[in-house]
Design a protein around this ligand. Structure first.
Ligand SMILES: [Zn+2]
Length: 438
């Protein structure tokens, strides 16, 4: 069996892995790189890809050079399958370039999340009709390989790790994971009952290079948000990803602790609704302390995408920005800079606060300037309230010890060379595109 990391040996994002026997070739993930391959200091913007052909994108280093994977390239034999670990752009962002006759394997929850976000944001996944939906620990056969998915704890909904078995060998791909989220029981379950006899472990190391950082668990974040909210008399605004389900639950629970209601925007509400889980905090699931904010900008987007019913269905639970004034002090309100004017038209009470719940580095980017100016105009406090979607070093160590592989290969990390000092001599650093034989 051969293993090639086409991209991801020295960077976070843009992951693409190939595992092959004489008979079968599979690809795991095909993500959008976060940085421009020609100038790693520059963030890669999606618009710079539009209009480019597959050969141009391969030439520019955006698409890794993988024979038999892409649309409109030659007569090569197609790869047998592409597996997707979870619905984050840096893992699936280039799927639209994959040949449409190739079968895609992905988790049920990943599929739901992708379909909801595609409906709202447009096409990034491509029209892959031939899909196999995977369930936790239910093995599938692909050619002469067996693949078993394991649900993991991560900020990406329904994230999977994969065990690939062929020719008497076992490779485990960790995907992105953590041990301090709302699904940490999955992490503990895997540790207490790991697959045996793993020859090679490819393990993510997003947090390598930040080894001394300690991170809050989602529950601790919930308590901190609630207690901070009590200090502010005004409106409690928050910014977080509408796809980060763990975090939306954290805000719901924090609001409840603080005696406030949760006001979601139309984007987050529809994402949660489409996931179809009764436990998620939505008024349609019987949560009486959740309301939906109708902003013009999101209503317009839903209309443009023929999704009028995706706001009509929230009418019984609607709050307009104007109505926010009545409940504002007793509400946690999801904020988007595209609706700044609507928020301002309603008046912002004194003593308001914005909880910023994304990676703190994003506040340094130009895209944050509009929000920054809004905060200054209304003397709104800014409080960072975030915890990473990735495992800290002690959890990475527990993970590696439990799986106890012969060889440990760093992936999804900027510091592969640091693995050896923490995980010993079994570490083998690869280069992008290098073939490792098992
Ligand atoms: Zn991820």
């Amino acid at each position: 069996m051969n293993l090639i990391i086409h991209r991801g040996t020295h960077e976070i994002g843009g992951t693409c892995v190939e595992i092959a026997t004489d008979e079968t070739r599979i690809i795991i993930d095909l993500g959008m790189p976060l940085a421009d391959p020609r100038d790693k200091k520059k963030r890669l913007k999606e618009f710079s890809l539009t209009g480019k052909t597959v050969p141009e994108l391969i030439r520019d280093g955006i698409l890794p050079r993988v024979p038999g994977l892409y649309r409109s390239v030659g007569e090569e034999k197609a790869v047998d399958a592409v597996l997707l670990s979870h619905p984050h752009q840096d893992h699936y962002g280039l799927f639209k370039y994959i040949r449409e006759d190739i079968r895609i394997y992905l988790g049920e929850d990943t599929d739901l999340m992708l379909r909801a976000s595609e409906a709202l944001l447009g096409d990034r996944f491509g029209r892959h009709e031939d899909k196999v939906l995977m369930r936790d620990r239910e093995r599938v056969s692909i050619g002469d390989m067996n693949v078993t998915p394991f649900l993991t704890d991560h900020s990406g909904y329904g994230a999977l790790a994969f065990l690939v078995e062929a020719e008497g060998k076992k490779v485990f791909y960790s995907g992105d994971f953590r041990g301090h989220g709302r699904k940490k029981v999955l992490f503990e379950e895997l540790l207490s009952n790991p697959p045996s006899g793993v020859n090679v472990l490819m393990m993510e190391g997003t947090m390598m290079g930040r080894e001394s950082e300690t991170l809050q668990a989602e529950e601790d974040l919930e308590i901190e948000i609630a207690s901070t909210a009590r200090v502010y008399d005004g409106m409690k605004l928050f910014i977080c990803s509408g796809q980060n389900v763990d975090r939306l639950v954290t805000f719901y629970r924090a609001a409840k602790r603080a005696g406030a209601i949760l006001v979601l925007d139309l984007y987050a509400a529809n994402i949660l609704q489409e996931l179809g889980r009764k436990s998620l905090p939505l008024p349609t699931n019987g949560f009486k302390d959740v309301r939906i904010l109708f902003t013009k900008q999101l209503m317009k987007r839903l209309l443009e995408r023929n999704l009028k019913h995706w706001y009509e269905r929230w009418r019984p639970y609607e709050i307009s920005p104007q109505a926010l004034q009545r409940v504002g002090k007793k509400a946690f309100v999801m904020f988007r800079d595209s609706s700044v004017h609507e928020f301002e038209a309603t008046g912002i009470p004194k003593g308001s606060v914005l909880f910023y719940s994304l990676w703190s580095q994003y506040t340094l980017e130009p895209s944050f300037e509009k929000t920054q100016a809004f905060l200054e105009r209304h003397e709104i406090g800014l409080k960072e309230m975030h915890t990473s979607g990735h495992a800290v070093l002690p959890d990475l160590k527990r993970f590696a010890e439990s799986l106890d592989p012969e060889v440990l290969i760093p992936i999804h990390t900027e510091y592969p060379e640091k693995y050896r000092e923490h995980f010993g001599n079994r570490v083998r650093c690869l280069k992008d595109g290098e073939c490792f034989e098992l």
